[in-house]
Design a protein around this ligand. Sequence first.
Ligand code: PMP
Length: 412
Amino acid sequence: MLQTHSQSSGLEALRADFPILHQQVHGHPLIYLDNAASTQKPRSVIASLVHHYEHDNANVHRGLHELSSRATAAYEGARAKVARFLNAPSPDCIVFTRGTTEAVNLVSHAWGGAFLKPGDIILLTEMEHHSNLVPWQMIAKQTGAQLRFIPVTPEGVLDLSNLERLLTTEVRILSFTHISNFLGTINPAAELCAKARAVGAISFVDAAQSAGHLPVDVQTIGCDFLAFSGHKMCAPTGIGALYGRKEVLAKTPPWQGGGEMILSVQYESCTYKPAPARFEAGTPNIAGAVGLGAAIDYLETVGRANIQAHDEALAREAYIRIGEIAGFRSLGPQGPRGGLVSFAHESIHPHDLTAFCDQKGLAVRGGHHCNQPLTRKFGLPSTTRASFYLYNTSAELERMLVILHEANSFFA
Ligand code: PMP
């Protein structure tokens, strides 16, 4: 079990796995609290990339030589790991993508392009990241479907009191974030997917902020699609995955065309492979998939239930203690929450605050966090966000609180 205090030898040993953490920034020890944007990589993940390029590198699937066989085994092995990680019934339900954004674009354009028509409703929530909003706006424009939104309360949770009026039989898809990257809210994923299914709609879960932070089981959640980004869970950038329920993937047409996704090609036409190959046109991010597999191995050694307890303990403490500092308030529910806290100051602009923190070696994020409509709804120009992961310590949290106190004096 992870400890939340830095004296813990377990946590110190774990931190030793992450070379990047052990450096000074602007003359101070780095405190990396920007994990909701991207996480750091353990040595085992970095080593898996080096090993792949030094020993096994070749293109997958097409070659009949040893290196291609090894690269293919590693790539398909990573797919099997992702399937186990999500408790998907089969690796054939896993499509590798660049990340969550590409997965939403794939589903909105391929599935939405084929099945949405004028009068249909795409149901989203008011707390979606732009990547689970803009692709739906694009496909709504193309198909004549309309967007509808589940509102967010001032406390930062979904207002489900009128769900029956929103989730009508015109809704074809409900797409929502599992954990809000802006508020830290954990949404009731299984309940929402069941309600979507009850009106004949399919469901898409954006698990960008949850897959690496808590146990995610697609069969328990009961979703039709679920997507995550590797770089937010110790894996390299440029790799992620889309889970699709077998029956839904089978009737979804391809999105991009090219090599690897076809069965047979004539000059005028072609036939397509079944999923997942149908959705992976061209040479994939082979090394990225290998790195993702190594990241999953790493996270499973620590245990996602342990990671969740660790992250949430830090985030809850941060939520309460930031709110106690003069001029500051924390946003979103106190708990249960994901491992991040957004906060606002009555007069210091988040960009100034973030720059001040950076000068002290503290990496936090200031901005709208790709949630412009919700930031506006809360009447804020932007916020500052601290986001925790398995290698963060309570000593780092204490140091952040000191820096926020110092900011009050500095900007007074
Ligand atoms: N959804 C959520 C909730 C996110 O936090 C993010 C990344 N901030 C994304 C989607 C997009 O992920 P990516 O940029 O890795 O595609």
